[in-house]
Design a protein around this ligand. Structure first.
Ligand SMILES: [Zn+2]
Length: 284
């Protein structure tokens, strides 16, 4: 599947399930560790000058980590928050010792027990720092929409987000200001699960469609979270996820039979992205 997705515009962009998985592993592994040493090799990834960044992060204690859209928010006690975005094809990796440190990394933290954490970006990623009082004003995350696996993401909430809107449902779902964490990989099966064509106009959605969409968002994301994310993405220990090609319903299945009606899945161009649809189940 990696080759299929690599040839597409969906290359290695972690979405919510992969980020949730990383957050869980960080909570299990890093919580309570104290930061001893920090290496920053690419100032462009930072939101502060490296010296200032280093000064503020050193000696802080790692608190809890949570997934927010495509970002990881880690508490640094006292008073700071580390915000990580792996961009495309980035790797966040835990190391028991320095033996496994990759040759190239943009961010490296050595904890007081000699274990380490590295972030390596293949394309572009971010390592930002925000104090508790600055966090709500952090430009790249303050406008993010609701997290679709949070309790407050209800059918009513989705309905109210869609109400009065127009335009294609797929663009709505990919816009991180509406719902945070869905990208062009999972959106394929999310739309299929709700039997919605990617270009369906929001204005024409019926209450039943909104309900089906809400259920499908939860189903697809939770299924992947249970499987540790996509097969071509890696976790904190460098292991691949288990959500593979066989778990997709129509995503990346051009020419294969639709699991519901057996008509052949088609790849179509929808605005700036590619979509995989069943032409019978997902009528425009
Ligand atoms: Zn079908």
């Amino acid at each position: 599947m990696r080759s299929v997705i690599q040839s597409d515009e969906d290359h290695g962009m972690p979405e919510l399930p992969e980020i949730v998985n990383l957050a869980r592993q960080m909570n299990a592994k890093l919580d309570g560790k104290r930061i001893g040493r920090v290496q920053l090799t690419q100032p462009k990834c930072l939101n502060l000058r490296p010296e200032r960044f280093r000064r503020r992060i050193i000696k802080k204690r790692i608190g809890s980590t949570r997934a927010y859209g495509k970002w990881l928010f880690t508490r640094l006690e006292p008073g700071e928050n580390l915000l990580l975005n792996l961009g495309m094809g980035g790797d966040l990796r835990y190391h028991k010792s320095s033996k496994t440190i990759p040759k190239k990394y943009q961010f490296r933290v050595t904890f007081n027990d000699s274990t380490e954490l590295t972030a390596s970006f293949w394309w572009f990623g971010y390592v930002h720092l925000a104090s508790d009082s600055d966090l709500p004003k952090h430009a790249m995350t303050s406008k993010l929409g609701v997290s679709p696996i949070d309790e407050d993401f209800t059918v009513e909430k989705l309905g109210s987000l869609l109400s009065g809107r127009r335009g294609a449902i797929k663009s709505f779902l990919l816009d991180q200001k509406n719902v945070a964490g869905i990208g062009n990989v999972y959106v394929q099966d999310i739309l299929f699960g709700a039997r919605l064509h990617p270009l369906r106009d929001i204005k024409k959605l019926k209450p039943g469609d909104v309900q089906a969409l809400h259920r499908s968002i939860r189903d697809v994301l939770n299924r992947s979270i249970k499987l540790g994310g996509l097969k071509y993405e890696r976790d904190l220990y460098g292991r691949n996820g288990r959500f593979g090609s066989e778990h997709f319903m129509v995503g990346y299945k051009t020419g294969e039979p639709c699991p519901v009606c057996h008509k052949k899945v088609k790849k179509v161009r929808t605005g700036s992205t590619a979509s995989y649809i069943c032409p019978k189940c997902q009528r425009r």
